[in-house]
Ligand binder design. Structure first.
Ligand code: KIV
Length: 256
């Protein structure tokens, strides 16, 4: 099948096949991941940490996400390309819709934002305009400053119930999938069974409908920090250091 993957295709994978999803912020990575057949690529605001050198995602701007989306979209992937709405870019329905439209104009096929019932009017404005929306529940990186760190969600009953209600509300508002970040595995499993749309887990155990990782974490491209739940499959940073040293040493040898 060579046609573009749509939100409907991703949604219909629930219960049929596991959904593999990765982040991509530029042309070559998007092209490589697409050549492997990854169906769902995210131009995430994690770009702020692993590419732009910010301490967290809260400094990422609309312009930065648009810039990286344009680069990724130039790869013309078959994969569905989702753009992250950055911190404070979806404070009310009008501004959420305007910014979602900007990301679509920059090449996204859909958008993602963090939160559940709190941002429901924003989600409804986006889906009513026909823009595919992906939710993000559990640990919300854009709230790291308010929360004082990256904390696992679902350990206490109030969080457990809130997660299920948020997920159902997002599904009812027309979301096509939900990222579950750092949700306790039993709650992620229950939530996955409770909603008709796919859950894409990150640090939330094996029972989600799919898994997503920051590609730099998977490949060992950002060696200065690796989340606890990631086991890098490549030590790309170390290999790059070694190749660069070999090259430097080779060109530094005095001519015979
Ligand atoms: O920005 C991002 O990369 C994300 C994923 C970690 C889900 O939101």
């Amino acid at each position: 099948m060579s046609t573009r993957i749509s939100a409907t295709d991703i949604r219909s994978m629930k219960g049929r096949e596991k959904i593999a999803s990765l982040t991509a912020y530029d042309f070559p990575m998007t092209r490589l991941l697409d050549e492997v057949g990854i169906p769902l690529l995210l131009v995430g605001d994690s770009v702020g940490m692993v590419v732009l050198g910010y301490p967290d995602t809260t400094s990422v701007t609309m312009e930065e996400i648009e810039h990286h989306l344009r680069a990724a979209a130039r790869a013309k992937p078959r994969a569905m390309l989702v753009g992250d709405l950055p911190y404070r870019s979806y404070e009310d329905p009008a501004n959420a819709l305007r910014n979602a439209q900007r990301l679509i104009a920059a090449g996204a096929d859909g958008v993602k934002a963090e939160g559940g019932r709190k941002i429901l009017p924003q989600v409804e404005a986006i889906t009513a305009a026909g823009i595919p929306f992906m939710g993000h529940l559990g640990m919300l990186p854009q709230s790291v400053r308010e929360e004082g760190g990256y904390k696992v969600k679902g350990k206490v009953e109030t969080e457990h119930l809130a997660l299920i209600e948020d997920a159902q509300a997002l599904a009812n508002a027309g979301a096509f999938a939900i990222v579950l970040e750092l949700v306790t595995p039993p709650v992620a499993k229950e939530l996955t069974a409770a909603v008709p749309i796919p859950t894409i887990g990150i640090g939330s155990g094996p029972d989600c409908d799919g898994q997503i990782l920051v590609t730099h974490d998977l490949l060992g491209l950002f060696p200065w920090f690796t989340p606890r739940f990631v086991k890098p499959k490549l030590n790309a940073a170390e290999q790059m250091r070694n190749v660069v040293k070999e090259w430097r040493d080779a060109i530094s040898k005095p001519a015979a």
